[in-house]
Design a protein around this ligand. Structure first.
Ligand SMILES: Cc1cc2nc3c(=O)[nH]c(=O)nc-3n(C[C@H](O)[C@H](O)[C@H](O)COP(=O)(O)OP(=O)(O)OC[C@H]3O[C@@H](n4cnc5c(N)ncnc54)[C@H](O)[C@@H]3O)c2cc1C
Length: 423
């Protein structure tokens, strides 16, 4: 029987296992953790007495591979999406509030409408889109866009930091342009935000696992791959410490691990190892003692500028704040972060600061690799020097930023190659 062993049950491993299982292969999926989902997961938090996500995740309608994956696992209806592409913001230093609303046409006529563009910006400022498009491969976003104006503070910096989890001073300009080209440059149809209604595991993970298991495949948690045994250019054994699995002559392996872990089990593999953290703060708000928080346009999120946090998401009585590229904040003690988060939440959601609340701070120290021009050169393709081993993961060379879309694309690609090699 032809087997594919998929190591890592994050979204790259799940999408790979799903595709392979649909193609009729027998799949064994392993993860070191007690659950699937990796960097995109939910869990019960005893302090908040709520199921929370490790961090807020936002999709855009341009994420076609992810939307197809969600369609395949029957989870498209588990997302909230507004009828129009709108991104409400508040500047916490001035109290100003606005909404960015790209128009339907790829020609950005919307920048000529004062109420759709960044307040204080001039249509002429948006010429910077062309500067980004012309950036060289070695340029950072800050080098490609030298002008420091309101558009920089209120659009380019937050957009770059959120999309690439890397500050514009070091982020790749070409990678950011790729994101703009697939979203804003295609008009509002490509920029519709989608947010999970109930949580990441409910939306992205559990439905996929059910399908994979229902097809007779094995999913094994608490299985940390320690090393491989090689015979020339083939992998012959998977070593999980207390368990070893000998591979059959036609068996394939897909390594769907984060870059650091992949580098540990594959000697000589070069990976973009430098990473950037994302800090999330979840606040359970006592809604009996306060007026219900309201977000503009009934959207479940609000962009923040002029403070420490980038976004606040609201799901029932839990507000969750996010900061990307959060190296400095991640070094602060949780209590200090929690205080700052509550102050900004109360201001953004116009709540009485005396409202009772409980807080949980989650620091994801290696949220994604640092998406610098130098690191992009280290992204490997799916094929490796070993004949029966393929790579997947958001950090591999998909051409996309290290996001869910990249993870799903990498998993699909590894599955297609494995299926071809098994034939
Ligand atoms: C806080 C946060 C917010 C984010 N926000 C967004 C967002 O808004 N939009 C977006 O598109 N993306 C976002 N991302 C990025 C997105 O979560 C990732 O790109 C995606 O989940 C990566 O999937 P993956 O399968 O490549 O890797 P992972 O999810 O890291 O999966 C790898 C798996 O391998 C397992 N593993 C590790 N070592 C071993 C071993 N030796 N043996 C066996 N198993 C092992 C891990 O337990 C893990 O389950 C965010 C990430 C974080 C952390």
């Amino acid at each position: 029987m032809k087997q594919v062993h998929v190591i890592g049950a994050g979204l790259s491993g799940l999408s790979c296992a799903l595709r392979l299982s649909r193609a009729g292969a027998t799949v064994s999926l392993y993860d070191a953790a007690a659950q699937a989902g990796g960097r995109c997961r939910s869990y019960w938090d005893g302090k908040l007495d709520r199921r929370i996500d490790n961090g807020n995740h936002l999709l855009l309608s341009a994420n076609h591979a992810t939307l197809d994956y969600l369609g395949e696992i029957g989870a498209r209806n588990r997302f909230v999406s507004p009828p129009q592409a709108s991104f409400p913001f508040v500047d916490l230093s001035t109290g100003e509030r606005w909404t960015i609303s790209p128009g339907p046409s790829p020609i950005p006529w919307w920048i000529f409408q004062r109420d759709r563009r960044v307040p204080g910006s001039h249509p002429f400022d948006y010429i910077s889109f062309l500067q980004l498009a012309a950036a060289r491969a070695d340029m950072t976003v800050a080098a490609a866009l030298p002008k420091r104006n309101l558009l920089w503070d209120r659009f380019w910096r937050p957009f770059c930091t959120s999309a690439l989890n890397t500050a514009p001073e070091e982020a790749s300009a070409q990678l950011l342009w790729r994101t703009i080209r697939e979203t804003f440059a295609k008009g509002s149809g490509a920029c519709l935000p989608l947010v999970p209604k109930d949580g990441l595991s409910d939306s992205f993970v559990d439905p996929a696992l059910r399908i994979i298991q229902a097809s007779g495949n094995f999913v094994r948690f608490n299985h940390r791959l320690r090393s491989f045994e090689f015979d020339g250019s083939r992998i012959v054994t998977l070593d999980f410490g207390d368990r070893r699995i000998e591979l059959g002559a036609n068996d394939m392996v897909v390594v769907a691990l984060p870059p650091g872990n992949a580098g540990q089990v594959l000697p000589g593999l070069k990976t973009p190892d430098d990473s950037r953290p994302i800090v999330n703060v979840h606040l359970r708000i006592d809604l009996d003692s306060t007026t219900s928080p309201l977000l503009p346009l009934n959207l479940p999120f609000l962009g923040l500028t002029g403070g420490s946090f980038d976004w606040v998401f609201l799901r029932r009585d839990v507000a969750s704040l996010t900061v990307s590229a959060a190296a400095e904040l991640a070094e602060q003690p949780a209590e200090q972060i929690a205080q700052q988060a509550w102050a900004e939440t109360a201001q953004a959601l116009m709540l009485d600061p005396a409202t009772a609340h409980e807080v949980r701070v989650v620091k994801e120290r290696r949220a994604t690799f640092a998406q610098t021009p130098a690191a992009l050169k280290l992204r490997p393709g799916a094929r490796t020097a070993w004949h029966n081993l393929l790579l997947a993961g958001d950090w591999t060379d998909t051409g996309y930023p290290a996001t869910i879309e990249s993870a799903v694309r990498s998993g699909n690609n590894a599955a297609a190659l494995a299926a071809e090699m098994l034939r």
